[in-house]
Design a protein around this ligand. Structure first.
Ligand code: ADP
Ligand code: ZN
Ligand code: ZN
Length: 830
């Protein structure tokens, strides 16, 4: 929105967003020489505070002289806006709704490559090959400074070079890959490499050569195996046009790997490693118009595309019912209309499986945006979202942060696994829900949203029931595949019959054995909560606690130590109890590590792996385990909720849920809903492509309603009983919750401030205010915590109430004795 004809000597001012926790926009003056160049959505460099420099975003341009002295903007960083008007509107809504400031959002929304500030640190680009001749004098000077000291902050560079207006220079140098932000080097994403096979250049697009090769191979018996390899290869590669995953080729029946090696050695085929995120062959190989829908899929599709369709549709489809295929067709329609598509997944479900599936249909129109990517890569995806029409991306696939991308003409939002609580961000602000924000974003664009799940959240299903959302149901698996058979083991009864060893029923063990005998795979699920191994003194019941947090330490076999899951504090295993000096310390609990160990005893020949929060702190390892399982190099996979998320394995015949009771009894108003979701989701991993799978649930409460509903695959029964409880006990979706957390290093101060805050809030909101209460973990990293909850009926004017809550909170923080107090607001906590 470049204002034309500004050259006449009018004094302009800009209001800018700074990437800081500040309640308002700040005004700066535009130097005359920039009059023609400033535009809303561009970055400018401004000074804020004593000597800090920041990249700020222009939100407004005007000519009203403010009643106070303003500083000048120092330089303009962008030729074109990098943030759209729509994004600003979205950020402003998000700040209001999630009770934070637009600056907080800017700080997480923009890839950090866009957030140069005086404290940003810069280093020489690792790939810079010393092409000094091409450098400008000023660039050379920066480089020299960096040669002496490998990392410098921008403030230091200014001091050394004496250049005040250095941001535009640094920005260009980053673009030219001469320097990088240091952060970039630290978090450089090491992409997973895959082996590919392609036709060598001699044979590529040379039909005669190929024909001669086939003739030659055909003639001799000795080369029959090579002929088979070539036939398979040609089939998979569309007659040599594409590269083929080596894995995929090797999976072909009776394919000889020595024949493949010979073909590579003799220069017919070439083996190459390629990074997964940078697929060279990103061309589409399939046409979404060719997908033939089942009747249920067709109905779901029509519900969504009907002229009277609601703007949001919930697709409730059992696992493997073909939801993804429905999304693909909807995406296809949007893309044909020239619209952009946002496809959200929970972070952990964002695997190459989904990415490849979309690329098969939409090729290089698909961009992927998630935290495994480096900030440079994210900046690239950002730019390609802006360039939608000019060779950019039309389909953006990502975890929740993809809602921040600069869409130009959004036409469709897909939120898969919409029930997943990892759509909600906990730390830091904005504490937003990716699903709900995406729905609002779609609304801004007049776009439509499809929410998909086999186990919808009660909130979404309620909206579908009362007509706010459309509803499509697919209760059968695609292709006539049967739903898994769900069996339940009564552990009380089994113990009586002496058919339980440690924590395992004979029934489950027998089924695992049977699967192993048939060369099928097994998944064992153990809920994380309360099941980690702890040390306990048998004499006095002493349990080692964290020094900094109010939790017990958890045993880690690998490091043979006790560790805190909140702050990482760890101690070696004590030889005796410090309280009573007894030496009889025992391990208590039933964690995934213990299960892995037990199984090795029961099934000494099985290949067993574990996937939980501890073994997957590195996401790379997570992907490796999945790939190994997919490639059938693992027989039994033990894991926490991580393994329930949207994975597609085709050889799993038994899924065991080791203890259903712990999930159900967790003290939270969502625990029945969550238990149902987790058990149903993990059940969905059984028998997806082969025969009917089996799910075995171990429980001491076989007649518990939730377990009955899981066994009957009866979502609606779970929904009905839960929705009644929510209404009676005043929970979502009938009420909106706001949680306020008060945090300080002194327990006294927390208590006093929390009481004071609650009293102030009660004066306005009466008995809607609950607490203060200690949360289940009341101290983390030496900070004490207390919670206050406020419940509003859905019909109430919550926007206004949120403003009042913030004002009351700020008033408390502004008092001297509370200056170090944090008050955290969380709208719609999950
Ligand atoms: P969901 O997303 O509901 O779990 P998927 O979309 O992954 O289900 O479908 C399950 C399997 O069925 C996949 O292998 C998919 O390719 C196949 N499938 C689903 N719908 C169709 C269709 N219309 N034509 C061909 N294959 C389909
Ligand atoms: Zn003791
Ligand atoms: Zn701790």
């Amino acid at each position: 929105m470049n204002m034309t004809q500004k050259t006449e000597r009018i004094t302009y001012f800009v209001e800018v967003v700074l990437p800081l926790h500040l309640p308002e926009y700040y005004t700066y003056r535009v130097p005359f020489e920039y009059n023609d160049y400033v535009a809303v959505g561009q970055r400018v460099v401004v000074q804020f505070g004593q000597k800090r420099l920041y990249s700020a975003l222009i939100r407004r341009i005007h000519a009203q002289v403010p009643g106070y002295q303003t500083k000048y903007i120092l330089s303009i960083l962008d030729d074109e806006p990098i943030v759209t008007e729509m994004q600003f509107k979205f950020w402003e809504w998000m700040a209001d709704y999630y009770m934070c400031y637009v600056g907080d959002i800017m700080a997480v929304a923009l890839p950090s490559a866009f957030r140069l500030a005086s404290e940003s640190t810069i280093a020489v680009h690792p790939d810079f090959a010393g092409e000094y001749d091409s450098l400008a004098a000023a660039e050379m000077k920066v480089l020299e400074a960096l040669m002496n000291k490998s990392v410098l902050s921008i403030t230091e560079i200014i001091t050394i070079t004496g250049y005040q207006k250095i941001f535009p220079l640094l920005k260009t140098m980053i673009e030219k890959k001469i320097i990088v932000m240091e952060e970039e080097i630290k978090q450089r994403y090491m992409p997973k490499k895959e082996k590919y096979i392609r036709l060598s250049d001699t044979y590529k697009e040379n039909e005669t050569a190929v024909k001669e090769l086939f003739d030659r191979l055909e003639k001799k018996t000795a080369t029959q195996k090579q002929l088979m390899v070539m036939l398979s290869f040609f089939q998979l590669s569309e007659f040599g046009k594409n590269a083929v995953l080596k894995k995929q080729l090797s999976q072909r029946n009776d394919l000889s790997s020595s024949a493949l090696q010979t073909l590579i050695r003799t220069g017919v085929l070439v083996e190459e490693e390629r990074a997964e995120s940078r697929l060279i062959d990103a061309q589409a190989t399939h046409d979404a118009d060719d997908i033939q829908f089942s009747e249920q899929q067709q109905q779901a599709f029509s519900t969504f595309t009907h002229p009277d369709a609601k703007s949001v549709t919930l697709l409730h489809g059992v696992t493997s019912s073909g939801k993804t295929e429905v999304y693909i067709k909807l995406i296809n329609e949007a893309v044909k209309e020239g619209k952009q598509v946002l496809y959200l997944l929970p972070e952990i479900a964002l695997t190459s499986q989904v990415i490849n599936r979309l690329r098969r249909y939409f090729g290089d129109k698909v961009g992927v945006y998630h935290s495994r990517f480096s900030t440079n890569e994210r900046a690239e995806v950002w730019q390609k979202t802006i360039m939608a029409d000019n060779g950019g991306y039309q389909i953006l696939l990502g975890a929740r942060s993809a809602v921040f991308l600069p869409f130009q003409k959004l036409g469709l939002v897909v939120v898969d696994e919409e029930h997943d609580s990892s759509y909600k961000q906990y730390e830091p602000a904005p504490r937003y829900n990716g699903r709900d924000s995406a729905i609002y974003l779609a609304h801004l664009f007049g776009a439509k949203t499809i929410l998909g799940s086999a186990t919808p959240s009660l909130e979404s299903y309620y909206n579908a029931q009362n007509g706010k959302y459309g509803l499509a149901t697919m209760d059968k698996r695609y292709g006539g595949l049967l739903m898994p058979e769900i069996l339940c083991v009564d552990m009380k009864e089994a113990s009586r019959q002496k058919e339980v060893q440690v924590h395992y029923s004979k029934f489950l063990l027998d089924h695992i054995q049977e699967a192993l005998d048939n060369k099928e795979q097994v998944i064992l699920f153990q809920n994380r909560r309360g099941f980690s191994l702890r040390l306990e003194c048998e004499a006095c019941n002493w349990v080692p606690q964290c020094k900094h947090c109010d939790v017990s330490l958890v045993y880690h076999k690998q490091s043979n130590s006790l560790r805190c899951h909140y702050c990482g504090y760890s101690i070696p295993i004590p030889a005796e109890c410090p309280a009573c000096h007894s030496t009889s310390l025992k391990m208590k609990g039933f964690g995934t590590e213990k299960i892995e160990e037990d199984l090795a005893i029961f099934f000494p020949n099985a290949r067993i792996a574990r996937m939980d929060l501890d073994s997957t702190t590195q996401k790379k390892r997570y992907i490796e385990i999945l790939t190994e399982f997919e490639d059938r190099n693992i027989d039994i996979l033990v894991g926490t909720q991580m393994i329930t998320k949207g994975l597609d394995f085709d050889n799993v015949s038994v899924v065991g849920i080791l203890s259903a009771d712990n999930m159900i009894s967790f003290p939270d108003f969502r625990s029945f809903e969550r238990s149902f979701q987790q058990m149903t989701q993990v059940s969905g991993r059984a028998g997806r492509h082969g025969r009917r799978g089996k799910v075995i649930i171990q429980t001491y409460n076989p007649y518990h309603q939730v377990i009955r509903d899981v066994i009957d695959n009866n979502y609606f029964s779970m929904y009905k009983s839960q929705i009644t409880e929510r209404r009676v006990f005043r929970y979502p979706p009938f009420y909106k919750l706001i949680r306020i957390t008060i945090r300080h290093k002194d327990e006294h101060v927390v208590n006093e401030a929390a009481d004071f805050l609650a009293a102030n809030l009660r004066q306005v909101f009466g008995n809607r205010v609950l607490g203060p209460e200690y949360p289940s973990v009341s101290r983390i990293r030496n900070l004490y915590l207390k919670n206050i909850q406020i419940r509003f009926e859905k019909s109430e004017a919550i926007a206004q109430a949120k403003k009042i809550i913030i004002d009351i909170s700020n008033n408390i923080c502004n008092q001297k004795q509370y200056s170090k107090l944090s008050i955290i607001h969380d709208a719609d906590p999950v």
